[in-house]
Design a protein around this ligand. Structure first.
Ligand code: SAH
Length: 252
């Protein structure tokens, strides 16, 4: 059996309870070494084989899984954050289906949740933004037509950019072309939830210079939008005058 597991954003205690249990039972752990905190491997059982997949191809990962299956092993495929985001798990699951190998997916805390915690911010503030666009800047890996950053930016809502820290000059251009004002608040969150976590607050027009000044080139998320500002309306949910399924509002 192959268990795809979300490792969480970095802090070893941010893996789910289920993920940690399966990790402790694994005979083979295949982990994405470039991003997963190696401290997560501390709980592995004696005799467990650990392989870093950073330098492996999909084919090599699949043969390692097949070999482990032939020996009746429990295999954990450990992906950073939540595996459903930029995790390249679909191609692994489809290849396992084709080989008749069973698997199971355990979700994880994504880096975008870790970043919000680091920022002590709420992405969906009433009257500010009720939508979060998760995307990336097209680089060596393109994005499909229609998902150009400037198009997505035209909504003016909260945006979270993965995999884009090395492309911030272009990110700035695209966000401005899409309609964000140059002074729209933005933040770069480096290694959210890791001991070396850093938060750099800036604006859309100073993203690139901020990253340069602090030598941030990777393992960071870019967050953009007025959710990082000061103004918002309080929620209806906890408003004493508002009636909903669980509470009778005060009559004015
Ligand atoms: N599946 C992962 C994302 C993998 S893509 C998730 O759900 O979080 C890898 C990108 O995620 C990195 O280039 C970086 O942009 C972002 N990232 C991963 N971990 C991060 C962290 N702890 N802090 C900030 N960004 C992180």
């Amino acid at each position: 059996m192959i268990y795809f597991i979300g490792a969480g954003p970095g802090a070893p205690d941010l893996i789910t309870v289920r993920g940690a249990r399966l990790l402790a039972e694994a005979d083979l752990i295949l982990y994405a070494g470039s991003l997963v905190n190696p401290a997560l491997l501390d709980g592995k059982k004696p005799g467990c084989t650990v392989r870093d997949t950073a330098s492996m191809t999909l084919e090599e990962v699949l043969s390692a899984m097949e070999e482990a299956e032939a020996r009746n092993f429990t295999t954990v495929r450990l992906h950073t954050g939540d595996p459903s985001l930029y995790g390249a798990i679909q191609e692994q699951m489809d290849a396992l289906d084709a080989r008749g190998i069973s698997y199971d997916v355990t979700p994880g805390v994504s880096a975008f949740s870790g970043a919000a915690a680091a920022l002590e911010a709420e992405y969906t503030l009433p009257s500010v933004s009720q939508s979060v666009i998760i995307t990336r800047m097209a680089g060596r890996t393109p994005v499909p037509e229609g998902e150009e950053l400037r198009k997505l930016a035209s909504h003016g809502c909260t945006m979270v950019l993965f995999l884009s820290t090395g492309l911030l000059e272009r990110v700035e251009e695209e966000l401005l072309a899409g309609g964000y004002a140059p002074d729209t608040p933005a933040a770069i969150v480096y290694k959210a939830t890791w001991p070396e976590e850093r938060v750099f607050r800036c604006t859309v027009s100073t993203l690139a210079s901020t990253a340069r000044a602090h030598h941030i080139t990777k393992t960071a998320l870019i967050t953009v939008g007025d959710f990082l500002g000061k103004d918002y309306e309080r929620s209806k949910l906890y408003d004493p005058d508002f009636t909903h399924g669980c509470r009778q509002g005060r009559t004015p």
